[in-house]
Ligand binder design. Structure first.
Ligand code: GAF
Length: 376
């Protein structure tokens, strides 16, 4: 392990004494709607954001992996492990170990590598920083070792990294978004059948993301508890997954013990909202899109209980703003970001005034992300 002064952000050449052979990147995502539906076999509608995780790589002749993170390494330190001896519990290095572990488990042949990682996706922001890291690493290794993996297989391996190695029991939405979603185009994905369609955003709308500054962690308890509640509810209802409960049979949830009925209602109505959102996108019906966003937020707040007061404040400030069509918590929740749809050309101004009011009332330091060019 070698260290450098803390203020230095060394290049690959400076770290390892030679240039990288591979340089790839993978984006973060914003989920437009369809929250906590992916692990229930349902529908999601994410879109890539311009912020990326960058991975540079050079192959080694031995089995040593040496990795540097521009975001996480202390004082320029390089962390190391031996291929085949991956063991979780080493912080950010678990993502690297998870990727090499899962690839080898699937029968892919690797050698050691040197890695430099840097990310523009804010960590713990609900914008899928970890899946963009998983997919970035997988893309780098696919390129370096000519691995026969297509983009969907790559995303499925990314999910295995999280679930099997990192210990975050997540669904498939985030790695799929990092692997195949584009900018300005929503990815309408059926997570059960893995069918997807690209749905462009209609003209006349600015997408605004405001990161609340409250960070979350999906390997922590709350996400896991929600997932277990859904599985329990499905078992009590006698359906394989909550996706299989028709909306017309929602009354059956009244017989479930609280909070399982409310959790089920969120999943079933959220699935229906994804389908309605796709229709509204195709019809260019911005007012309807806005209503669906607010309904999704209320369902997450009251039925699924994944919001926090800071996120609710951002959504309330959006409701007071006549340039906003709709707003909702995006991502896993318990902190993170709000996605808003604003009138054409108003995105920057909307983001600034809501952020200022939010900062004054919450004491948090919000960050604005505008995933497509927008007027002032
Ligand atoms: C997190 C998870 F990683 C996703 O799989 C999804 O469940 C999401 O939370 C909630 O919709 O981002």
């Amino acid at each position: 392990m070698r260290s450098m002064s803390p203020d230095v952000n060394p290049s690959f050449q400076e770290l390892f004494g030679h240039p990288a052979q591979v340089a790839v990147h993978a984006p973060g995502r914003v989920n437009l709607i369809g929250e906590h539906t992916d692990y229930n076999g349902g529908f999601v509608l994410p879109m890539a954001i311009p912020q990326q995780t960058h991975v540079e790589l050079r192959r080694r002749d031995d089995r040593r992996v040496r990795a540097f993170s521009a975001n996480k390494s202390q004082a320029g330190e390089i962390l190391e492990f031996e291929l085949g001896a991956e063991a979780a519990g080493k912080g950010w290095l678990d993502y690297v170990q998870g990727v090499t572990h899962v690839l080898q488990r699937e029968g892919h042949t690797l050698s050691g590598v040197e890695l430099r990682i840097s990310s523009e996706v804010p960590l713990g922001s609900g914008l899928s920083s970890s899946a963009s890291l998983d997919v970035g690493l997988l893309r780098a290794l696919r390129a370096a070792f000519s691995l026969p993996l297509d983009d969907v297989q790559l995303a499925l391996l990314g999910q295995r990294v999280e679930v099997d190695f990192v210990g975050a029991p997540v669904g498939v939405m985030d790695p799929m978004a990092a692997s195949i979603a584009g900018l300005g185009v929503a990815l309408f994905l059926d997570t059960r059948h893995m069918n997807f369609e690209r749905v462009p955003l209609p003209p006349g709308v600015d997408v605004v993301i405001i990161n609340s500054g409250v960070a979350h962690n999906h390997s922590a308890g709350d996400y896991r508890v929600r997932r277990a509640e859904c599985e329990r509810a499905a078992a009590l209802l006698g359906v394989p997954q909550l996706r299989d409960l028709p909306e017309a049979e929602l009354a059956r949830t009244e017989r479930l013990p609280d909070p399982l009925g409310r959790r089920t209602r969120h999943v079933v109505t959220e699935n229906a909202r994804v389908l309605a959102t796709v229709e509204a996108l195709r019809a260019g019906d911005l007012k309807r899109l806005g209503q669906l966003f607010y309904a999704s937020h209320d369902s997450q707040r009251l039925d699924y209980e994944v919001s926090v007061p800071e996120i609710d404040l951002l959504v309330d400030l959006a409701r007071e703003d006549s340039d906003v069509y709709g707003a909702r918590l995006t991502g896993g929740g318990f902190g993170g970001s709000v996605v808003m749809l604003a009138r054409d050309g108003t995105g920057t101004a909307v983001a600034q005034r809501i952020s200022e009011r939010y900062a004054a009332r919450s004491g948090q330091r919000p960050a604005i992300l505008l995933p497509q060019p927008t007027g002032a």
